[in-house]
Write a new protein. Sequence first.
Lengths: 232, 232
Amino acid sequence: MVDKVDKAVVLLSGGLDSATVLAIARNEGYWTYALSFDYGQRHRIELEAARRVAHAGGAAEHRILDLPIGKLGGSALTDDAIDVPKNSEFEHAVIPVTYVPARNTVFLSMALAMAETYGARDIFIGANAVDYSGYPDCRPEFISAFENLANLATREGVEGEGFRIRAPLIDMSKADIINTGVKLGVDYSLTVSCYNPSTDGLACGECDSCRLRADGFNRADVADPTVYRPVR
Amino acid sequence: MVDKVDKAVVLLSGGLDSATVLAIARNEGYWTYALSFDYGQRHRIELEAARRVAHAGGAAEHRILDLPIGKLGGSALTDDAIDVPKNSEFEHAVIPVTYVPARNTVFLSMALAMAETYGARDIFIGANAVDYSGYPDCRPEFISAFENLANLATREGVEGEGFRIRAPLIDMSKADIINTGVKLGVDYSLTVSCYNPSTDGLACGECDSCRLRADGFNRADVADPTVYRPVR
């Protein structure tokens, strides 16, 4: 008897959201192939977090691919000439300086190439339109447009059953995401969300990402496992 | 008086088609930013050709970015375990083994990131649906779907005038392409089309790409400047 189990590619940043997505994909029964990128991000400590999360989360494989998008510049996350904002107002109608041009398009394109090569038909991404409504490539219409593209762009799309782009967090609040992950056994102490962590991985507690994360644990009524660095 | 001239990103492989596209973009008045990829292709000599073509073609800049898609395997162009076919029948309804999973999706995504960073709104690609009808990502519907995606995925698409994906060769025969390029002064002796060239850049004369190219010069009634290696 052949026990066919489907494969999925899971984009894994090492942060809270994608760790939850990995757990959701595993919980649905997929063999999960985690994919992370070294793209010149300032917060490269997240790649070590991604390794820990992939292993703890039961991924079948974890690949880290180099991507030169940081060399193009244009974002506070990859360009030393642009400061990461601290304690900024959350302005959901405005695209933040931490926006990386076309990042999720590039990430999903690479995930699509991996999925087609590996024989996976599902691609999971931790895009979230609630906390990151300022990023155009975190919206549901972006996800739908990419799925449409994927099925025109590939052999699998044209000759096979096609690809699905899965964004299970897209409408969830940070607290909902944390509650979902806790139920699925995610160890959030392994994850790094900070945009500007110290070299030993301690969170700044001041950037947008740290504040969203802390607020999420607070609202979810879950103890925050994040280790913050001492305030100067 | 400010003389505003638009910028365009031009995907440049070093082959005949993209050299023609660069000339078309320049002829339309764009400042052209050429983009090539080192993706583990067997025919890496084409990157040297891309340098020559970009310079001779008047590009404002030429960038070569590393892309790890070859590491994923799955194509005769990047995987030494798969032979490049010789003297195969052209079967236009079949996707060839030289298909690289999601290649044009990845290339256009990177071009989109570069365009947004550089302030270019037009992206030129040498996709052609006539000679390469077997590749799903060379069809007009793929180009349209990517343009739609680009304008949902980016700051420029949401807040600005948006991007155009230009595929001026999409419906042209190889002879038409060559005639267009000759009129625009393209020096095709600088280009390399062969999938399997020798280390000194001599064309095999046997792969699909060599045969399409030779047939194109023949039908265009233009002397073929390609240097072929001696037959064993």
